[in-house]
Structures are given as C-alpha cells and as structure tokens.
Design a protein around this ligand. Structure first.
Ligand SMILES: [Ca+2]
Ligand SMILES: [Ca+2]
Length: 270
C-alpha cells in the first residue's frame, strides 16, 4: 500500500511540472580584456555599438557599426587577458604578407582563448543562448587569400570561420562582431575555448583586443519526491507528457489493487 501512496505523491509533482511555463528570465554580458585598441589608444566611440551582445540564435552574426584603425606594433602586458593584444601568425608560417607577420613579438597560431562565464549562471538557472563577441583585428583574407579557421570547444565553427574570412581589414583595424553559439556544444564547466588559426602560408597576422560573452538563462525545474528530496531536471514538453502518462497508469493500477482488496475482504466474510 505504501509504495502506491508514495508514487502517487511523486507523480502529482509531475502534473505541476507539465503545466509550468519556462521563459527566459535573465540576460547578462561579460567582457574579457580591456577596450583599448590593442593597448595603442582609446576608441572614439563604443566599439560594440550596433552589435547584439546577447540572445542570438546559433550562427547568427551581428557586426558593430564602426571599425577603428590604430598604430602597431603592440604586445600584451601582465594585466591583459591571456590571448588578447598579442599578434599571431598561422601555425605553419612560410611567408610574410603584412606588417604583423614580420613583428618580432608575434606568436605562432593557433590563438587560444579560454573564456570562463560561470559567474553569469546563477544557481537554479540553465543557459538558453550564448552570444560570443570578438574584437577582431587585421584579418585580411579577401586581399591576401590565406584562409582562417575557428573552433569553439574543439568543434569547427563554419559560420565564425566564414565571418573571419570575410573581414577585409587591409591594415591594423578593429571590427567587433557577435555570433550565436550552438548550446549543445557548451561545457558543463561554463567555460568556452575559442581557437583561431591562419591557413595557407600563415602570412596574414591577426590579433584580438577584447571579447564578450552574453547569455540568457531559464529556470531549472525540479520534481518533488515523496520524502521531501528534489532532483533538478531540464523541462521539456515530451517529458511532461511522459510523466503524465505514467501518473495515469499508476493511478489506474492503484485503483485495481484497491478493488481486488475490497473483493478479497467481501469473499473472506462470506
Ligand atoms: Ca585590449
Ligand atoms: Ca593581417
């Protein structure tokens, strides 16, 4: 008897979950690195203006309204976010096609950037969308014909690769843009690894001034258990229907058991 009672309580919780609505409740943005034109000066205006910093669907790209030229060379100091304000060239450089590819402080690609956005994800919330922003500097594939490639969490990102290869920055110039990242490739640790490399002869140098990560989150629903313990799970309509079906089947089975017990008592009296 007790097992049927406990299951009934658990599935009553499932009814609540099935009727509940999950909507975006939070949107926040982190900036990695400083906005200082690769350490050479100050932006004449906000470099991210015109770009959407959070809420983009996967592979959607929005560019900032303005780009900003600056002087070079430059190199990072101890306070710069690792991977920013550093000139990179392709991992297999066999030629020099621009000024960056001749700077002595240049490093071989790939450029790896580790972005920890764990502080953006409150307890009880899960990520709905992640929008990555890149202050890209001196990419010049249309003129120099050395294609770039980019991965996010180890997965080749075709949309981001295409965007980098479409940038036509014929000199030291920052163009900020944002791109929506597919949620299924995000890591439970809430860290994102961006890796950029230059192909061909590796002779088109590049850099990054700063990056942004913007997320939207939704609440994580919970299922109450009979003993007061709850377990978190991700709500989905399919799961709700499944739990409702299970609740109905258990209720019907419980009813049949009660009928058999009543019949047994009547039979024993006779
Ligand atoms: Ca910077
Ligand atoms: Ca370049």
């Amino acid at each position: 008897m007790s097992i049927f009672k406990n299951l009934s309580v658990a599935t009553a919780g499932a009814v609540f979950i099935a009727l509940g609505a999950v909507t975006p409740t939070n949107a926040v943005v982190l900036t990695f690195g400083d906005k200082d034109l690769l350490g050479t000066g100050t932006y004449a205006s906000e470099p991210t203006a015109g770009a959407t910093l959070e809420g983009l669907s996967p592979d959607t790209i929005t560019p900032a309204t303005s780009s900003f030229g600056h002087s070079y060379p430059f190199s990072p100091n101890s306070t710069d976010f690792i991977g920013t304000e550093q000139i990179f060239i392709g991992s297999t450089q066999t030629a020099s096609l621009d000024g960056y590819s001749e700077v002595s402080s240049r490093l071989d690609g790939p450029q790896n950037l580790l972005l920890n956005y764990n502080s953006l994800v409150p307890v009880g919330q899960q990520i709905g969308t992640l929008t990555l922003g890149i202050a890209a500097d001196d990419f010049h594939q249309p003129g120099l014909n050395q294609p770039f490639s980019a991965t996010v969490n180890g997965v080749l990102n075709t949309a981001l690769t295409t965007q980098l290869n479409n940038l036509d920055q014929s000199g030291p110039r920052v163009q900020f843009f944002t791109i929506g990242i597919e949620p299924s490739i995000l890591q439970p640790s809430n860290t994102l690894t961006l890796s950029i490399d230059g192909g061909g002869n590796g002779g088109d140098g590049w850099a990054t001034d700063f990056l942004t990560v913007g997320i939207t989150t939704t609440p994580v629903s919970t299922v109450p258990l009979p003993d007061g313990v709850s377990i978190p799970f991700e709500f989905s309509p399919g799961l709700g229907i499944l739990l409702l079906g299970a609740w109905g089947a258990i209720a019907q089975l419980n009813s049949q058991v009660q009928k058999h017990k009543s019949s047994a008592r009547v039979f024993s009296k006779n």
